[in-house]
Design a protein around this ligand. Structure first.
Ligand code: ADP
Ligand code: MG
Length: 246
């Protein structure tokens, strides 16, 4: 079995603060993994380690065959991973001075050398796909939060990622806009995209995840299919967490 993400015994500290503890995580191509856990448990740090936004201290981390060494250092692997892994954050992080279309065209042109005509076609096709084909000429601040997050997803998809990471993509949205973003993510999952999603949307997790992982204080303490984790959690920490959020 070959995995697109292979993490063994990963540890990560910020100074004296031990944030990720002996993380083992293997993700198969096409799998949708949802990570849940309390605020401060290390979910974002784990996601950021997977695309090299954070260095880790010990263990091993291989993404699509590219090994990232502890303490960074492997620039070639880092560059490869950044090309292959799409990331969507809680804050949309769009470029405010660029139109929606230009936001999506930028990375394929700069990083992959795609020509302007092809980048334009791809941007417009992706905007159609996330349901905002008519907004291409607008600037991010002219869009709703839900629309901006869908642009952010389209922008990540423009790089034709092999893996998509989502870190609480709906947490900054007004409630009425959560559904439209989850719909796009649901569709991506249905089409076979490999996804690791940090979210507090338990309904989405139950419906879309192949596997749910519960992190407590930097440790994976429980994981399994959603039905098992939600309906029959084995660990008392998981039970306590779910009783607070469900
Ligand atoms: P979560 O996403 O589960 O809320 P985080 O991964 O953001 O948790 O944070 C885990 C812990 O690491 C928290 O205690 C947080 O304060 C700490 N932390 C996160 N990023 C940094 C950083 N850049 N420097 C120092 N501490 C950090
Ligand atoms: Mg977080």
């Amino acid at each position: 079995m070959s995995y697109i993400v292979e993490i063994n015994q990963l540890n990560k500290s910020f100074g004296q603060h031990h944030v990720l503890k002996d993380i083992d995580l293997q993700v198969e191509t096409g799998e949708v993994v949802v990570i849940i856990g309390a605020s401060g448990s290390g979910k974002s740090t784990l996601i950021r380690c997977i695309n090299g936004l954070e260095e880790y201290n010990s263990g091993s981390l291989v993404v699509d065959g590219h090994g990232l060494e502890p303490h960074g250092g492997n620039q070639k692997a880092l560059n490869a991973i950044r090309k292959e892994v799409g990331m969507v954050f809680q804050q949309f992080n769009l470029f405010p001075h660029l139109s929606v279309r230009r936001n999506i065209m930028l990375a394929p042109m700069k990083v992959k050398g795609v020509n302007q005509a092809d980048a334009t076609d791809t941007a417009d096709r992706l905007l159609e796909r996330v349901g905002i084909g008519s907004q291409a000429e607008k600037y991010p601040n002219q869009l709703s939060g839900g629309q901006q997050q869908r642009v952010a997803i389209a922008r990540a998809l423009a790089m034709e990622p092999r893996l998509m990471l989502f870190d609480e993509p709906t947490s900054a949205l007004d409630p009425e806009m959560v559904g439209e973003v989850l719909d796009v993510m649901r569709e991506l999952a249905r089409e076979g995209m490999t996804m690791i999603v940090v979210t507090h949307e338990m309904g989405f997790a139950r419906e879309v995840a192949d596997r749910v992982i519960y992190i407590h204080e930097g440790r994976i303490v429980e994981q399994g299919p959603p039905d098992q984790v939600f309906d029959n959690p084995q660990n008392e920490r998981t039970q306590a967490f779910l009783s607070r959020v469900l």
